[in-house]
Design a protein around this ligand. Structure first.
Ligand code: C2E
Ligand code: CA
Ligand code: CA
Ligand code: CA
Length: 275
């Protein structure tokens, strides 16, 4: 900082306090939210790009805060990770998603996001097992989405957990592919079932030639490795056409549907219905 004396620091102090205070309030609220039943899962369809049918849904967590309304996971997940709440919360997510998916047509899967912190919990596999038993959902209809950051930490333990999940029959997807550090080496470390191409590449399709080249390469890579490739964040028909030509197997995004509460799901796509 510049030579600014104490006055400079004083100027920033109240603001820092406010931020900290807001965070503390959110922490307190968050600890109560699980028991108070304030969490809800929204579901966003994933679509087979050729057959034009819904193959399943990604479960996305929402917090209905009594005063603030819906808080996005980008805001509260990092806090939940910090204060040790992500494991019980993540367990609730897995149970809830399995219960819900058991009501859907048998062809449809449910994908659940797992935080790296959940992998440090020894009970993760047992918790998945319990949720499958309680819901009677066929294990192959449950998919877990992990990001590269999961594989960055204690690699042996993480890989062992992934193999145990796979042994249960659960499918494993790599989320946000291409945004990390060494995506390719992670593909070699575990045989994922699915690669999710990060939405930043999809959103760049119309304006940037490199995005098209990257999406084509990932789709080709997936095909060669026997993994399906899902393009995320698809918002326009134009993107859909390019993604199909690039060889992606599935698509997900606002174009096909926003994340919705379970009771609003209809399991068909209006836009592809013959007119
Ligand atoms: P993500 O797993 O990469 O999820 C995709 C995000 O993109 C979601 O944001 C989704 O609503 C949004 N999205 C979907 N289609 C479109 C589109 O066409 N355009 C745009 N601009 N966005 C689209 P959301 O629901 O706010 O979730 C943000 C992140 O929070 C997720 O990123 C995931 O990392 C995390 N998250 C959500 N639910 C859970 C959960 O149950 N557990 C954990 N650990 N993390 C979660
Ligand atoms: Ca995800
Ligand atoms: Ca993603
Ligand atoms: Ca993401």
């Amino acid at each position: 900082a510049k030579s600014g004396g104490r006055g400079t620091f004083r100027f920033f102090e109240p603001e820092m306090d406010e931020q900290l205070q807001a965070r503390r309030v959110l922490e307190v609220d968050l600890r109560k939210a699980l028991v108070n039943g304030e969490f809800e899962l929204f579901y966003q369809p994933q679509v087979d790009i050729r057959k034009k049918v819904i193959t399943g849904y990604e479960a996305l967590l929402r917090w209905r805060h009594p005063e603030r309304g819906i808080v996005s996971p980008g805001e509260f997940i990092p806090i939940a990770e910090d204060i040790g709440l992500i494991s019980p919360l993540g367990e609730w997510v897995i149970q809830e998603a399995c219960q819900e998916a058991a009501k859907w047509p048998a062809s449809m899967k449910v994908a659940v996001n797992l935080s790296p912190v959940q992998f440090r919990n020894k009970n993760l596999v047992q918790c998945v097992k319990n949720a499958l038993t309680a819901s009677n959902l066929c294990p192959s209809r449950l998919e877990v989405e992990i990001t590269e950051s999961v594989l960055l930490q204690d690699n042996d333990a993480t890989l062992a957990t992934l193999h145990q999940l796979r042994k249960l029959g659960v499918r494993i997807a790599m989320d946000d592919f291409g945004t990390g550090y060494s995506s390719l080496s992670y593909l070699r470390s575990f045989p994922f079932d699915k690669i999710k191409i990060d939405q930043s590449f999809v959103q760049g399709l119309s304006s940037r030639a490199d995005c098209l080249a990257i999406v084509q390469s990932i789709a080709g890579l997936g095909a060669n490795l026997g993994m399906s490739t899902v393009a995320e964040g698809v918002e326009t028909e134009d993107q859909l056409i390019q993604l199909r030509a690039a060889g992606c197997t599935e698509v997900q995004g606002y174009y096909f549907g926003r994340p919705k509460p379970a009771r609003e799901l209809v399991h068909t796509l209006d836009m592809f219905e013959p007119t």
